[in-house]
Every structure is written in C-alpha cells, then in structure tokens.
Design a protein around this ligand. Structure first.
Ligand code: MN
Ligand code: MN
Length: 460
C-alpha cells in the first residue's frame, strides 16, 4: 500500500555511524564558536575573521564585483552581511539566509555602580524577553566595550577564564521567602532587583568605601573612571560554557543558542557554497530580541545599502534595481523555534509542534492570537522550499510556536517580506528558549547546516 501519511520520526533513527561522526564533529565546532561568541560583538569578530580567512573581502575595499566574488559588510561591529556573487544577474533575485546574533541578557545601566550596606553593586536593565527568576543565583560574566570620550576602546570579557572572578545576583533564602513564594512568578523578582553583586572590601576613602575600591580596581585594570560607563556597552551573560548534554551526548546545552545556532550553521553553509546560480547572501542581524530597531537591527536601511552596493559594483544602476531585486529574492529567516517540552506539553499543539531531533522547523507564520503581526509565507514558496529539502533528503517538520491562544512571537521574516521578498521562517527547535541555558539537538544543528547550504545552492 502507498504510504500517504506525513510520518514524523526522529532523524537519529536513519542516521548512519558515519553521519553521526560528522554530526558530532560539527557540533564540537559549534560549541567552540558559542564559547567565543556570547555577545553580538564577539560573534561579529568571530564571523568576520572566518569570512576573511575564506576569501571574503570588505566591500568597502572592492570597486568592481564579478561572478564568484565574496564580500562582506561589517555594520558597526554588531551585525554583518556577507555575499557570494552568483552566476545569474543579481537583479534576478538573491537567496538570503538571515539570522540574529543578539540574545536575551542583562545590560548595565548608564550609571550602574553603587554601594549599599557593605556591598558594591552594578545595576542592570534586562534586554529581551527573559524570565527574571532564571537569572538569580547563577555565575555571570561581563562582556562588552567601554569607549572613553577620546574614542579609545577597551574590550571587556571578565568571568570566562578560570582565574577570573565571576558575578552573581543574589536571591532570598527559602527560610525567609514565604512572601516571595506567594507572589506570581513574574512578580517574584522585579527588574530593579536584577542587580549584580561585585564587591565587599572597603577602601581607605572617607565615604563610599566599597564603591571607591571597585573604581580603583577598574581604573587600574582598564584605565577608566565612573563617567566612562556612560559610553559603554556592557552585557551580563551566564559565565558557564556550552556543553554536550545527555549520556548519549545527543544535545547541546548553552547560553545564546537563540539565535547563534542559526547564525553559525548558516555561516558554515555559506563557506561551503560552490559556484551558486543565485547570489548567496548571509545576514547576521542585531537587536532582534528587542524589536529589530536601531541602525544595527533589520528595520534599518543598512542592509538595503549593502545590496545596493552589490548592484552598483556589479554594474547595475537601473532605476528601481534595488526594489526589483528584493521582489525577486527568496529568504530563509533563520531563527529558532519552540520545541515541544514533554514537561510542559500543554502549551503545544502536538501535531504542529517542533520536535527536537526531527530536523528543520519550517514555520509558515508566527505572530500571536490570530497570526497578528505575522509574515505568512505563500503556499507557492513553501512548495519551492519543500522541493529543495526533499530533493536533498533534508529532514524537516512544519511547525507552529504553540497552541493558538497561548502566546506567540516574531522574527525578522516580516521585514524582508515587506520589501517584497518571499520569506519563510526556517530554524531549529530549542528547549528552554531565552533561558540562561538553552537546549538543542545535534542532529538538528547539522541538518540546519545542510538545509541552508542546499538553499544557497538551489537555482529556483
Ligand atoms: Mn530568535
Ligand atoms: Mn528570541
């Protein structure tokens, strides 16, 4: 009898020993990337270095583009766009894979340092959608930059080296937490309580002894004073490393996998693309977690400028070339999907939920409560992507974020769709999304690499 059902089964079931080896090797390299790239700036540094090693040139230093040329644009050290010029005219459309490098975290406030009753603290303002209670009582590191008024820049990373100190946000002991435990989870820890403990030794000054001791240490180490916090971007992130998870080592547990898992896999895919028909574009965005605004977010026109440069330097200066190019382009919005968690299965609609280890999640639409705010991919485009994946035997599943009335979310998909590009969300499922430690499947990670590569390579 003909099997007409869309059967769902774990990708591991059909994985050969040899494939397993490739999957585990790739995941080790991904883990290395994660440990070097906890923030968007660190990820940009890592990505640009790899791009340059692989023959990509800064587009600002390139006058003329020909088929096969590889270029990138570094947008203020916080987002990157990279391209390989295809055989076809750029105006015939691009194959774009777009991910984001920013992840939920705690940013330091502009005036962060104070002391209270013998302790020095740094105030934070959380970035993105977090469950605040998850950020207390865990080891935290500080990453980022401090720029002095004269432009001199200090790159900071403290809490990663074994000999570095770490920081933490204290929480109430259970013995005295009767009132706190009665509160709603979202109110149990308030935003202002997400304050980092950073010192306890008094200096010899007359007042603010603890604070001034910290200022002395910072001055000695980085040559900065308190005012320099004003022109800094310091991000508080979990101090623990990415690790293999499970007795079978089938998963990766790490901070920031939303969305560095799609960033890394699409980067690797781009590096392995050979003589593409369509121009391949890999974009790594910033600010997705807070709405994609700002000049490093996808709502800005900097990406348009990059594509405009590709056109111009390829000799295409016709009126409306940019708009036409976007209208003929196709994009995989490479962002993570919510995986069904058996411990919280009630929020997911089982047949439409992303399952860990089942490959790429194709998410036709996101949005919340009635698809509000969603870019809903066209059936014709869904068919094209299916065709690419099915021809290349790439495991994929068609999913939704969760049950209809439960909640929702968004990605950068709608931004490119608004320019006329065909876009569908296509990433991998994650457990504990936005938590300090997120979980993915190594099978899915490797599948994402294969899927993005197949898409770049496709001539559709
Ligand atoms: Mn994301
Ligand atoms: Mn997210």
């Amino acid at each position: 009898m003909k099997n007409l059902e869309n059967e769902r089964k774990s990708g591991w079931e059909n994985t050969t020993e040899k494939e397993k080896e490739s999957i585990f090797k790739f995941s080790d390299e991904y883990i290395y990337f994660l440990n070097k790239s906890k923030t968007e700036r660190e990820a940009v540094r890592f990505i640009v270095e790899i791009l340059e090693k692989n023959g990509f040139k800064n587009i600002e230093n390139v006058q003329k583009l020909n088929t096969g040329d590889k270029v990138y644009y570094n947008n203020r050290e916080k987002s990157v766009y990279a391209a390989i010029i295809g055989k076809e005219n750029i105006e015939n459309g691009l194959n774009i894979v777009g991910s984001h490098l920013d992840s939920p975290r705690l940013d330091l406030k502009p005036n962060p340092l104070y002391e209270d009753t013998g302790f020095a603290y740094l105030k934070t303002h959380y970035y993105g959608g977090i469950k605040k209670y998850q950020w207390t009582a865990i080891p935290l590191a500080i990453h980022g930059v401090i720029v002095k008024a004269n432009g001199e820049k200090q790159v900071i990373s403290i809490g990663e080296d074994e000999n570095d100190p770490i920081f933490t946000i204290t929480d109430l002991l259970p013995h005295l937490a009767i009132e706190q435990m009665d509160k709603k989870l979202k109110e149990a820890i308030n935003g202002e309580a997400l304050t980092l403990l950073v010192g306890n030794i008094p200096s010899e000054e007359d007042k603010d002894k603890i604070k001034s001791n910290i200022l002395n240490i910072l001055n000695e180490k980085y040559g900065i004073d308190e005012k320099d916090f004003i022109s800094s971007e310091l991000e508080v992130v979990p101090a623990f490393n990415a690790r293999s998870l499970g007795f079978d080592k089938s998963m990766v547990a790490a901070y920031g996998q939303d969305d560095k898992v799609c960033a890394y896999t699409s980067l690797r895919a781009l590096l392995d693309v050979e003589n593409p028909e369509k121009t391949s574009v890999c974009l790594f965005s910033d600010k997705e977690e807070i709405g994609s605004m700002g000049n490093t977010g996808m709502e800005s026109h900097v990406f348009d400028m990059f594509i405009g440069e590709l056109l111009e330097k390829s000799g295409v200066n016709t009126f409306n070339a940019l708009a036409r190019t976007f209208c003929k382009s196709q994009m995989l919005s490479a962002d993570v999907d919510a995986a069904l968690d058996p411990l919280y299965a009630s929020v997911s609609d089982r047949p439409n939920a992303g399952l860990l280890g089942h490959g790429m999640a194709l998410v036709k639409y996101t949005g919340a409560r009635g698809k509000s705010g969603a870019s809903d991919a066209n059936a014709e485009f869904m068919a094209k992507i299916r065709n690419v994946f099915e021809n290349e035997k790439i495991d994929y599943q068609a999913t939704e974020l969760g049950k209809v009335d439960i909640g929702g979310g968004g990605t950068i998909a709608y931004i490119l769709a608004n320019k006329g590009t065909d876009v569908v969300d296509c990433g991998i499922p994650v457990l504990s999304m936005h938590a300090p430690y997120e979980v993915t499947s190594k099978f899915d990670i490797y599948t994402a690499y294969k899927a993005y590569k197949a898409f770049f390579q496709s001539a559709m």
